[in-house]
Each structure stands twice: as C-alpha cells, then as structure tokens.
Design a protein around this ligand. Sequence first.
Ligand SMILES: NC(=O)c1ccc[n+]([C@@H]2O[C@H](COP(=O)([O-])OP(=O)(O)OC[C@H]3O[C@@H](n4cnc5c(N)ncnc54)[C@H](OP(=O)(O)O)[C@@H]3O)[C@@H](O)[C@H]2O)c1
Length: 308
Amino acid sequence: MVTVGVVGLGDMGGGMVERLLDAGASVHGWNRTAAKAAPFAQRGMHVAASPRALAEAVELVIVMVTDNDALEAVFEGDDGILAGIRPGMIVAEMSTTSPTLVRELGERVAARGATLLDAPVSGSIQTLREGNLLIMVGGDRAAFERVESTLLAIGPRVRHIGELGQAKALKLAANLQLAVQTLAFSEGVLLAEKMGVDRRVAVETLLHSAIASPQLQYRARFIVDPPDHAWFTPKMMQKDVQLALDLGREVGVPLPTSATTQELLTAARSMGFAHEDFAVVFHALAAMAGIARDPASVPEYARDAVTA
Ligand SMILES: NC(=O)c1ccc[n+]([C@@H]2O[C@H](COP(=O)([O-])OP(=O)(O)OC[C@H]3O[C@@H](n4cnc5c(N)ncnc54)[C@H](OP(=O)(O)O)[C@@H]3O)[C@@H](O)[C@H]2O)c1
C-alpha cells in the first residue's frame, strides 16, 4: 500500500481512516473541524496542518467531503491540495460530487504532473464498517493500478469504470434510483392502504414480491419501523438527485421521475422531516393523500421538528 492521506474525516472519511489503519497503512488526515481528528490520532493517524501539508506528505490523497463547494474549498488556495501536489502523485476524489467539476480539477492536477481519479462509493457507513463498500474508479488505468491495493483495504469491490468523471456519473445513476424507488414503493403502499390494507402488511408483502430491490429490502421497512438515526437525510439525497438532474440537463437526458422525486423530498423537508432518513418521503406523500402522520411514527430524535 502507498502512503495515504484522507481529507475530510466525517462519517465516511473517518470510517475509511479506520479501515486503512486496521490494514496497517501509514495514514495522514486533515479535517476542517480539527477536533474530529483526535480519535484517529490516538490510533496512530498523523494529523496534517492543512490539505496542502497533507498532500506534501503522502503518495495518495483521498478526498471525502460533503459536496462541490467543500471539494473546491479543500482544493483551492494557499493551503489547498493543489498547492501541495507533486509530480507523480495520485489524488482520489471519493465524495459524491459533479462529474464536470472533477474533470476540471483533473486538468489542473494533470498540469502539475499528477493524476486525479474519481472514486465515488456505493454503500453506507455501516457497509463501510462491515467491509462491503463498492468503489467505482474513473481515470488513468495505470494510476488506478498503483492505488488499487490501498482502495481494496477500504472496500473489497473496486471497479475501474473508464475515463475520469465516468465513475461519478455511474454513482449518480445509482443514487437517483434510491430516491425514485423509495417514492414509487410509497405510492404502491399508500394505494393499498387507501383500500384498507394494513400498512405493515402492505410493506412486508411488497417486500416479498418481484419489486423488492436490495435497497428497498432494508429502507422500505423504515416506513413502519424508522431507524434510531437517519442513514441518509432528505438533504443529502437531494444533493445527489440535483447532481443527476444537472448532469441530465448538460448531456441531454430527461430524468422525469428524478425531478418529481426531488419535489417530494422538498415537501418532506418543509414538513419538518429533514432530520430523518429520506424514506420519510413516504409520509410527505401520505400527507398529500390525506393520511395524517401518526406521531408515534416519528423517531424520538426528530420529534421537535415535525410540523405535518
Ligand atoms: N453517509 C453515507 O452513507 C454516504 C454513502 C456514500 C457516499 N457518501 C458521500 O460521501 C461524502 C461524505 O459524506 P459523509 O457521510 O462522510 O458526510 P459528513 O459526515 O457530513 O462529513 C462531511 C465532511 O466534509 C467536510 N466539509 C464540509 N464542508 C467543508 C468545507 N467547506 N471545507 C472543508 N471541509 C468540509 C466536513 O468537515 P467538518 O467536520 O468540519 O464539517 C466533514 O469532514 C458525501 O459526498 C456523501 O454524499 C455518503
């Protein structure tokens, strides 16, 4: 494995550091909120003073931050990753961000003699901890082969997709379907419920039918048994759906079901469901169908926010 640095020690970046340390890698890390680095430092991670200092110290920089704005913030400026890049090194941008932005950054990284790979992930914090994350990689194949064993320490399924930006596109193709499937499932459950079928019976029966995708098999149950924390909030889901809609507009692919789902996610946030898992889109649609939400269906941690 190469010497690796992780920029962004949130849920996913922090989980990646844990797995890299477990695998015996030499790991450097930087986080905007410095206090979040402390638990990893105790386990042996070297804390960098800035993204630039981190880039100067490693062979592979992994970036795992929230969105496009965060990505630009850690790349740009005197203390940014770009300022610390040396010829021959590799940067893997693993956040869910725009394929177009990653291509622009790729040109700037290449101008400094280094290589940018896009390496978004499919899975959750739990999937990452369990060692089941899927990593899709776009960009130069030789660079990919140099860092493949390091990426394999993070997740066991690492696939080279094609050119820079193509892995991001595939990630968005997957995530838009998480949202659309969840909304379509909600429509079906509510149709049955309006005909008198018990909600739990409708959910369980549909989950034994041909439409039950792997993600619906865990997420659809959140309609009747919400988790004790949000796995992926409406806001996070909207960020990904918006990236897909923007890309669709750019390349000329209409995404009608994604557009509709985006509106329902907005409704869910407006009803005060913003802190729950995005499966709560069910309750936004239920409200539109005239079915008031049972207060008992609101998880304890989200009770103060709910307005519908
Ligand atoms: N969570 C999942 O299940 C999941 C699954 C697949 C992909 N993803 C993607 O993975 C990425 C990270 O998700 P996450 O769950 O790890 O999110 P998170 O826990 O909220 O962590 C976000 C990280 O981004 C940093 N950040 C945000 N804005 C920044 C800025 N302007 N400048 C510098 N750093 C900034 C945060 O720093 P601070 O600590 O200072 O706020 C934090 O380290 C996202 O693109 C997400 O869509 C997440």
